[in-house]
Design a protein around this ligand. Structure first.
Ligand code: RIB
Length: 311
């Protein structure tokens, strides 16, 4: 397969991570066991996951003029992501305040910083980056007007749009027809459809509603219950998750998305590519951090060989 060219337009954050035994109750103060500074952000995580899986990746986002900016950019460049169009703004880079408890579950508070300053004009100054892209990948951590403009521009140019509406926000549904592949979790699906997703039947109902609204293909990630793919031809595929020791779930969804886009190449999502992405997310869960815990292609292949031999 030729190398897939992916343009990611999204967030890049310094994750300040406190490891705790249990999350604090409202009003409670607790001590952190350890504090880490990890480069992350949904856009940057997805870009790195795609690059490590073998895609050619260009990232457009915004950093501040603080000391984190250069650390964030060297982190993504060190993992093979091109950053020529990243914009420097006055003020702070994005910062995510994360607590991870002993079970690996995280709580995240986002301070958007420079991510919130990425404008439509900035993208119009970077249109050259769209020229060779097969896929444009978006999330919900930059301005909605900018995201919407990128969807419209990509659709006009015939570039496949992958959208991960995370974190869940109220967004206008008239953009659904601009999305070729929508990858979302249960909370995000409920926010877009009004259907609570607590079982496979509801997951299919929510996916059908999104497809009826104009989305090309839907991949609903269901945590330990795996992932459900649906399209307008009534194809439905369920891929189970892998059973692994949970260390840190941060960026597991981002890893799944980046690897799925890199291995799918177009919008032809197969059970094999879903399983490959699911294996990548499983490896991420066994490792601490965001970008730093994302596996490369050979690690994913080795994991799958070992999983297949245990069947
Ligand atoms: O999806 C995980 C990411 O969400 C973290 O890296 C953090 O920066 C937040 O954006």
């Amino acid at each position: 397969m030729p190398v897939v060219k992916i343009l990611v337009i999204g967030s890049i954050n310094m994750d300040v991570v406190n490891h705790v035994l249990k999350h604090p109750l409202p009003g409670e103060t607790i001590k952190s066991i350890k504090t880490d500074y990890n480069p992350g952000g949904k856009g940057a995580n997805q870009a790195v996951a795609a690059a490590l899986a073998g895609a050619q990746v260009m990232f457009i986002g915004a950093v501040g003029n603080d000391p984190f900016a250069s650390q964030l950019l060297s982190a993504i460049r060190g993992m093979g992501v091109h950053s020529d169009f990243v914009i420097h703004k006055n003020g702070n880079s994005g910062l995510a305040s994360i607590t991870v408890d002993a079970s690996g579950e995280n709580h995240i508070i986002l301070s958007e910083g420079a991510n919130g300053l990425l404008t439509v004009n900035d993208i119009q100054d970077s249109l050259e980056a769209f020229e060779n892209a097969d896929i444009v990948m978006l999330q919900n951590e930059i301005n909605w007007d900018t995201t919407r403009y990128v969807m419209e521009e990509s659709h006009k140019r015939g570039i496949s749009v992958y959208f991960n509406p995370a974190p869940a926000l109220q967004i206008p549904l008239d953009i659904l027809h601009l999305i070729d592949v929508l990858i979302l979790n249960e909370t995000e699906a409920e926010s877009l459809t009004g259907i609570p997703v607590t079982n496979e039947y509801q997951a299919i109902q929510a996916s059908v509603k999104l497809i009826d609204g104009g989305v090309g293909k839907v991949v609903l990630t269901l945590g330990s219950k795996g992932a459900l793919f649906s399209d307008s031809n009534f194809n439905v595929k369920h891929v189970p998750s892998f059973d692994v020791q949970v260390v840190d779930t941060t960026a597991a969804g981002d890893t799944f998305i980046g690897v799925l886009a890199a291995t799918t190449g177009s919008t032809d999502i197969s059970e094999e590519t879903l399983r490959f992405a699911s294996a990548a997310a499983a490896i991420k869960i066994t490792r601490k951090g965001a970008l730093d815990g994302i596996p490369n292609k050979s690690e994913i292949e080795a994991f799958l060989t070992s999983a297949n031999s245990k069947k």
